[in-house]
Design a protein around this ligand. Structure first.
Ligand code: ADP
Length: 330
C-alpha cells in the first residue's frame, strides 16, 4: 500500500507516510491520553511515489495491566469505498437535477404564463409610448412614464428567467450560509402561479431574525417546492377551501422547524410507511421520487423530514434543520 520495495525501505520512510496536515496521529495520542481503548479515524497515506491513498486507520491500546506495551494498528485502503461514496453523491446530484427538470416540466404552463404577462405589458406600454410620441406635440412626460413601465416589466421577466435558471443549475452540493426566509420566498415565487391556477391560498408565517442555516440553496428550495406542489396537487379539484400554511420558526436554540400543512384529503394509513420510498406514487404519471429526494436532502443537511396525516383532515409535513453553529461563535 505504501509502494515500498522492501520492508527496510518502508521502515526508513515511515515518517513520510503521514501527510503534512495529518491529524490522525495526534487524534490517536489524544484518545490514548484520555484512556480510550480504541481509536478510529479516516486519513490519507502518502505513498513513497507521492500518490495519496485514503485509509481507515484504527489503533487498539493495551489494557493498563498489559506488560507487552504494544498497540495494534490497522490501516485499510478505502479507495473503493470513497469512489463508491463519490459515485453515490454524483448519482444523487444527477437524480435531484432530473427531478427539478421534471418539476419545471409540470410547471411549464404556469411559467409560460408568468413570463408572458410582463412581455404583454411591455408591448402595451411600448405602444402607448409611441402614441404619446406621435402626437403633434409629443408628451415627453408620458413617454418617460411608459418607458419606466417597460424597464420595470423587462426586469420582472428577467427575474423570472433567472429564478428558473438558478433552479435548473446542476452543481455539486454547496454549503453556504442561508437565510431560510429567502429560500421560502424563492420557492414560493416558483410555485405561486401554479397554486393560484388551482385556487389554492398559500399563507407563509415565518419568524423574523431566525439564525442562518448552512446548506445548498437550490436543494432546499427544491424540498419546499416539492412539498408545496404535492400539497397543491392533493387539493386540486376538491370542493371547499384549499389552503396551505407554511410556518417557519425555531424549535429550540439549535433547530429550525418548518411545517407545511394543507387542507387536502390526507394520506391513507396504509400508504404512510411507504410515502418516502423511491417510486411510491398514487398519481397517474407520477414519478414518486419527490419525497424520497426531499428526505435524502434534508438528512444530508443534518435534519429530519416526517409526515402526519389524518385522512379527511389534511396533511402536515414537518421538517427540521440545524442552525449553523458558526453564528453563535464570537
Ligand atoms: P409524486 O408526486 O411523483 O407522486 P412524491 O414522492 O412527491 O411523488 O409523492 C409520493 C406520494 O405521496 C404522492 O403520489 C401522494 O400520494 C402522496 N402525497 C405527497 N404529498 C401529499 C399531500 N400533501 N397530501 C396527500 N398526499 C400526498
Amino acid at each position: 500500500m505504501a509502494g515500498a520495495s522492501s520492508s527496510a525501505a518502508f521502515i526508513q520512510n515511515v515518517d513520510k507516510l503521514l501527510g503534512e496536515n495529518d491529524r490522525s496521529f495526534l487524534d490517536a495520542l489524544v484518545a490514548f491520553a484520555e484512556g480510550e481503548q480504541f481509536h478510529e479515524g479516516e486519513s490519507e497515506l502518502v505513498r513513497l511515489d507521492g500518490r495519496k491513498v485514503p485509509v481507515l486507520f484504527t489503533i487498539t491500546f493495551p489494557p493498563q495491566s498489559d506488560e507487552d506495551h504494544n498497540v495494534l494498528i490497522f490501516v485499510v485502503d478505502i479507495t473503493e469505498r470513497r469512489q463508491a461514496q463519490d459515485a453515490l453523491l454524483a448519482a444523487q446530484v444527477e437524480l435531484a437535477h432530473a427531478a427539478r427538470v421534471a418539476t419545471l416540466g409540470e410547471l411549464s404552463a404556469s411559467i409560460a404564463h408568468e413570463v408572458n404577462q410582463p412581455l404583454a405589458a411591455i408591448v402595451t406600454s411600448g405602444e402607448a409610448g409611441l402614441r404619446w410620441l406621435r402626437r403633434d406635440v409629443p408628451d415627453l412626460k408620458e413617454v418617460t412614464t411608459t418607458i419606466g413601465h417597460v424597464v420595470a416589466q423587462g426586469r420582472r421577466a428577467s427575474e423570472i428567467v433567472t429564478r428558473i435558471r438558478t433552479f435548473l443549475k446542476k452543481a455539486p452540493p454547496q454549503r453556504d450560509m442561508l437565510q431560510i426566509g429567502e429560500i421560502i420566498e424563492e420557492a414560493t415565487a416558483l410555485v405561486a402561479r401554479e397554486l393560484a391556477k388551482d385556487q389554492v391560498t398559500l399563507t407563509v408565517e415565518s419568524q423574523h431574525d431566525l439564525p442562518p442555516i448552512r446548506g445548498d440553496r437550490v436543494q432546499l428550495q427544491q424540498v419546499l417546492v416539492n412539498l408545496l406542489i404535492n400539497a397543491g396537487q392533493a387539493m386540486a379539484g376538491q370542493p371547499g377551501s384549499r389552503t396551505i400554511t407554511l410556518r417557519a420558526g425555531s424549535e429550540d436554540s439549535e433547530t429550525l422547524a418548518i411545517m407545511v400543512q394543507d387542507s387536502g384529503p390526507g394520506i391513507q394509513p396504509e400508504d404512510l410507511p411507504r410515502l418516502f420510498d423511491p417510486f411510491f406514487t398514487t398519481k397517474d404519471g407520477g414519478m414518486g421520487m419527490g419525497l424520497a429526494i426531499c428526505r435524502t436532502t434534508v438528512e444530508a443537511h443534518g435534519g429530519r423530514l416526517s409526515v402526519a396525516s389524518t385522512p379527511g383532515s389534511g396533511t402536515t409535513f414537518h421538517l427540521t434543520l440545524p442552525f449553523s453553529q458558526e453564528h453563535a461563535l464570537p
